[in-house]
Structures are given as structure tokens and as C-alpha cells.
Design a protein around this ligand. Structure first.
Ligand code: CMP
Length: 217
């Protein structure tokens, strides 16, 4: 699974995602925070390459660091997908992770493999091209991450979501939204470069512009 940039730059949110999964008894076999090369993101999302949102999706995954993991356990895929909720934030159950912490539509905090075969292929890809490694330290690294960031108690989700939804609803294409999103996304972003946060804010702004344009077609 991957905690996407909108989850990873918000440390408290990523700690909650991790804790929720570990509390279900899943074991962390590999854990890595990394910036994603474009070629890797393109391969990861190759099944979507003909879709109109493909380039945006690659921009999104490469905008700021992600946390990539291999998780193991009985019914792991089902457990993870149930905990995350439906793909689009507005469709996700409000008690699910995406329902609580997702931003809007496909800006949805995490990706999880949807079947054992997909997991096998994604693990092979991220191992060979992303430097992801199974390690006996992985579980401890994830636990330390949770311990470090669960306390922060900063959660800007509702403000970020409102900024995005209001901009779409009011056809607000102003670049001032990028500044607002950069500030909100940066409030709990220990260790993440300011320029990566701004790149993520720009990608979310591109999503807003796309939604406005689709709405008015
Ligand atoms: P994920 O589970 O990573 O799988 C593919 C991703 O594509 C999905 O989550 C969303 O982030 C994104 N996505 C799917 N459909 C759309 C869409 N219509 N517009 C924008 N992004 C999408």
C-alpha cells in the first residue's frame, strides 16, 4: 500500500492511517518514505494510462513524498480496503479513513492493491524500481512513526476539504487557492520540503480547475 502525498505530508493523518492498520493485526514487512520517480508512477498506474486523468494522477503521486509499505496478514487486502473506504472521498463512509481524512474525489490519502495478483506485481515493481526492501526493522519503523506523530493532534482535513469544495462550487480558479492549500498542508509536515508541499498544492489546484471545467462542459 501507499500513503499518497496528501496523506504523507500531513504527519498526524499518516500516523492514524498506519495505526488503524496495525490495530487490525497487520504486520509491516517493508516501510519506506520516498519521492517517486515519474517513470515508476507511470508504471504503477499503467492500467489507467488511457484514462483522461492519467497525467494528473502521475503528477499527484510524484508531487511530494509517499510512504510505501508491504503489509501482511490474514485477509490483508480486504482489511485495508475496508479501513480506507471507497475510492472517491465523497463516496467513502464518513467513518472510514478516506471519509475522515481524504481531501476530495481522487485526492484520497492512500492506494491499496485490489487483489493478490495486483499486490504481487506492485510489490515486484516497487522493490525493483523503488528500492522498497523487506526488512526486520519495518514493523519497528512504522511503530516509531506512529508514536512520533500520533500526538501532534493537528488535523486540517475539514479546512482543506472546504477550500477545495468551495473553490469548485464557486468556480473559483484563482491561484490564491494554491497559497491557502500550501499553508494548510504545511501545518503538520515535519521533514517535508516546502517546495514539495507547494507542488502538491498546485496539483490539487489543477484538480480544482479540471473539476470546474468538467462541470461547465
Ligand atoms: P487509487 O486507489 O490509487 O487508484 C487509482 C487512482 O486514480 C484512485 O485511487 C484515484 O486517486 C484516481 N482516480 C480514479 N478515478 C479518477 C477520476 N475520475 N479523476 C481523478 N482521479 C481519479
Amino acid at each position: 500500500m501507499i500513503i499518497k502525498p496528501d496523506g504523507t505530508v500531513r504527519r498526524h493523518v499518516s500516523a492514524i492511517v498506519l495505526k488503524t492498520l496495525l490495530d487490525q493485526g497487520l504486520r509491516v514487512k517493508a516501510f519506506k518514505e520516498m519521492s517517486v520517480p515519474r517513470s515508476l508512477a507511470e508504471k504503477h498506474y499503467a492500467v489507467h494510462k488511457e484514462r483522461p486523468f492519467f497525467q494528473w494522477l502521475v503528477d499527484f503521486l510524484t508531487s511530494a513524498p509517499v510512504i510505501v509499505m508491504i503489509l501482511e496478514g490474514e485477509d490483508a487486502i480486504e482489511k485495508i480496503r475496508n479501513a480506507l473506504g471507497k475510492t472517491f472521498v465523497q463516496d467513502a463512509d464518513p467513518t472510514s479513513l478516506r471519509g475522515k481524512y481524504g481531501i476530495w474525489k481522487g485526492v484520497n490519502i492512500a492506494h491499496a492493491s485490489d487483489a493478490p495478483e495486483t499486490a504481487k506485481n506492485e510489490i515486484a515493481l516497487w522493490t525493483s524500481e523503488g528500492g522498497l526492501e523487506v526488512s526486520s526493522d519495518a514493523q519497528a519503523l512504522a511503530s516509531q512513526y506512529i508514536e512520533h506523530y500520533i500526538k501532534s493532534d493537528i488535523d486540517m482535513t475539514m479546512k482543506i476539504r472546504k477550500t477545495v469544495v468551495d473553490a469548485i462550487e464557486s468556480n473559483n480558479t484563482s491561484e490564491g487557492t494554491i497559497d491557502i492549500l500550501t499553508e494548510l498542508l504545511g501545518k503538520d509536515s515535519n521533514g517535508i520540503n516546502q517546495s514539495d508541499i507547494r507542488t502538491l498544492a498546485k496539483v490539487i489546484h489543477d484538480f480544482i480547475l479540471e473539476e470546474i471545467s468538467n462541470k461547465n462542459k
